[in-house]
Design a binder for this molecule. Structure first.
Ligand SMILES: NC(=O)c1ccc[n+]([C@@H]2O[C@H](COP(=O)([O-])OP(=O)(O)OC[C@H]3O[C@@H](n4cnc5c(N)ncnc54)[C@H](OP(=O)(O)O)[C@@H]3O)[C@@H](O)[C@H]2O)c1
Length: 349
């Protein structure tokens, strides 16, 4: 018999919250008990998300105080950084599960948190309790957890691309360049994200100091002197593409790399390796993944056996945010990990 769980979705009128709603609309075991918005409470959810009208014809946004009176087995918190920790505490104290999407509990160490986010965490004990919400690395821990952290979309893409190499001790140095679409910046326009400024852009930003670097170092167990990160805002709405130029710690043959990547991902439901041929599909384009929870990764080794280019791609709103949150919530709730996440990419998009 299917168990029906109730979910509270906070930040539900935003980009990532809307994507959680889209996934839950077709989830067989988790329904939406409330969709929370301060600015739109009382309005139909489909006014903010017209594409969800047929799934939620009657659902209206709840105000925060109203939402706190509703029962929820799991809370998805798609809120801005710095605002999630008090709510995480409320839901955990009630015995619920929390899948956060923000950066509030991604880092394990309070001193790292202070360094990268410029202020101490409000509830440092939550950092210890949280499991980083990437099932590919933390599946077993998530099964027994009550709190899954959010994942940075750029961080997830970089981590998944480099994980097979890092765990084999092969990363000598990695110079990472991440290309990102505009939906990464959320629904509210800023000088960096408002359409006239953002459209047709090729804007490089946050060299050396993007906050997602902290997650990449933490999850790959690499030191900062071996990894550099730059970001480029490009002409996409959804999508992240990570290109890493890796100096390997020793010379390898291509067959060894295939073995490492297959060992890491052969059984992963959402990660696929790019094929060796045809050549135009050997390195992934995020366009192939739009709207899905899938990840594609591929590589190209220089004939010297020491220089490697790794490319990884995903949809930032799905595997980079809402998809990983639902995948983590499924594990925490004891459901099949992929439930509700079987949607194929839309292509061409
Ligand atoms: N966009 C992505 O690709 C992506 C990827 C990975 C992770 N994330 C993370 O997911 C979270 C949400 O991102 P987003 O892109 O969906 O942002 P967004 O579109 O700006 O949505 C955030 C929502 O949170 C609500 N909110 C704003 N300030 C609040 C506050 N002080 N207290 C409570 N609610 C507040 C807002 O709705 P009301 O004002 O109506 O309440 C807003 O709609 C962020 O932490 C982000 O880092 C996003």
């Amino acid at each position: 018999m299917t168990t029906r769980f109730r979910a509270a979705v906070w930040g539900a009128n935003g980009m990532a919250g809307g994507e959680v709603l889209r996934i839950l609309a077709a989830h067989p075991s988790v329904g939406v008990s409330c969709a929370v918005s301060r600015s739109r409470s009382g309005q139909p959810v489909w006014h903010a998300h017209p594409h969800l009208r047929s799934a939620f014809p009657e659902l209206v946004f709840s105000a925060p105080e109203e939402a706190l009176e509703r029962e929820a087995d799991v809370a998805f918190l798609a809120l801005p950084h710095g605002t999630a920790q008090p709510l995480i505490k409320v839901y955990l104290d009630r015995g619920g599960k929390v899948a956060d999407l923000s950066a509030d509990v991604r880092l394990r160490s309070a001193s790292d948190y202070r360094r990268w986010y410029g202020a101490p965490p409000l509830h440092p004990e939550l950092l210890e309790r949280a499991v980083y919400g990437l099932p590919e690395l933390h599946r077993e821990a998530l099964r027994g957890a009550s709190l899954a952290s959010g994942v940075g979309c750029n961080a997830s893409c970089s981590i998944l691309g480099l994980y097979p190499l890092a765990r084999a001790g092969l990363v000598g140095e990695a110079r990472i360049e991440v290309r990102v679409g505009s939906s990464e910046a959320g629904a509210a326009p800023t000088v960096g994200s408002h359409h006239p400024y953002r459209s047709r852009t090729l804007r490089v930003y946050e060299a050396f100091r993007h906050r997602h670097l902290a997650e990449i170092l933490q999850e790959l167990d690499l030191s900062e002197d071996r990894v550099t990160l730059t970001m480029t805002a490009v002409e996409m709405i959804r999508g992240v593409q990570m290109i890493a130029q890796v100096s390997l710690s020793r010379s390898v043959r291509e067959a060894e790399l295939w073995k490492l990547y297959r060992a890491a991902y052969a059984d992963e439901p959402f990660v696929s390796l790019c094929p060796a041929r045809p050549s135009h599909l050997r390195l992934p384009d995020p366009k192939l993944l739009t709207g899905s929870n899938r990840v594609l990764t591929g590589f190209s080794l220089h004939e010297d056996g020491r220089r490697l280019i790794v490319v990884c791609a995903l949809d930032n709103l799905m595997k980079g945010a809402a998809g990983s949150a639902v995948q983590s919530a499924n594990l925490m709730l004891g459901l099949p990990e992929g439930e509700g996440l079987g949607m194929l990419p839309v292509y061409p998009a």
